[in-house]
Design a binder for this molecule. Structure first.
Ligand code: URA
Length: 242
């Protein structure tokens, strides 16, 4: 792992600021000061010190958050809009969202400081199932249901098929549950718009076996170790379902 990344993961500073700390000669590896930001270290073997203080490996944190609408799934917004980080009062350390939900999408979002976990969860080859509740404009037709279940040709290629269940058929809208297996940008909205039923509102309700349970909007909890292991096992096995 690159030294600057290790420092950022350990909560010392952002990666850019960590590079400056290295150049400024404030970081040592196994007792020797270093000055090259590109240095690679072995986090399991090397002893890293910052101003003479040994850095402890950071505890891994995994959170499940019920994201309200109006919060960005990012760590910072140049325009100053609220981000999901604003909801994590009381959590020490630098966390990152594991994947993204749109600004107006609500529901289940994972956050972690474990880069390897994040990469596995969002890697296109290892994606786990994601379940959404979508309110769409119009009365969803049988034809649209068939198209969705076969997969839809979007500008970035054919999606895999989605499982769709109608929960409520109203006069001018339909509430559906939709499970997708990939995680392309705005995938649910694009698939539904493509078949003629634009999304009015969207909520992610489950990720593999994880559900929101009694987490209210804006609330989060730590994942249990068994849940983290279960997600990693699913991702690694390439089996996306529950
Ligand atoms: N699909 C979307 O279109 N938006 C989201 O936020 C998540 C999935």
């Amino acid at each position: 792992m690159r030294l600057a990344k290790y420092l950022a993961d350990a909560g010392v500073a952002s990666r850019r600021k960590a590079e400056k700390l290295i150049v400024d000669g404030r970081i040592s590896i196994n007792g020797a000061l270093v000055s090259e930001p590109g240095r690679v270290i072995d986090p399991d073997l090397d002893i890293i010190e910052f101003d003479g203080q040994m850095l402890k490996p950071q505890n891994k944190i995994y959170l499940i958050l019920n994201k309200p609408a109006g919060y960005l799934s990012s760590t910072y917004d140049p325009q100053g809009r609220p981000t999901v980080m604003d909801l994590l009062k009381g959590i020490q350390g630098r966390l990152y969202p594991v994947g993204r939900l749109d600004l107006d999408t609500r529901g289940l979002l994972l956050l972690s400081n474990d880069g390897e976990f994040t990469n596995k969860m969002i890697h296109p080859r290892y994606q786990v199932d994601k379940k959404y509740q979508a309110l769409v404009k119009g009365r969803l037709s049988q034809k649209a249901l068939r198209q969705l279940s076969r997969g839809v040709e979007l500008e970035d290629g054919l999606t895999s098929g989605a499982s769709v269940k109608v929960l409520e058929l109203n006069l001018q809208s339909t509430l559906i549950e939709m499970v997708i297996h990939e995680g392309r940008k705005r995938q649910v909205k694009r698939m539904l718009a493509h078949v003629g039923f634009p999304v009015i509102s969207l909520k992610r309700t489950a990720l593999a076996f994880l559900v929101l349970g009694n987490l209210k909007e804006g609330e989060y909890r730590h994942l249990h170790p068994g849940e983290v292991k279960g997600l990693l096992d699913l991702a690694q096995s390439g089996v996306t379902g529950k």
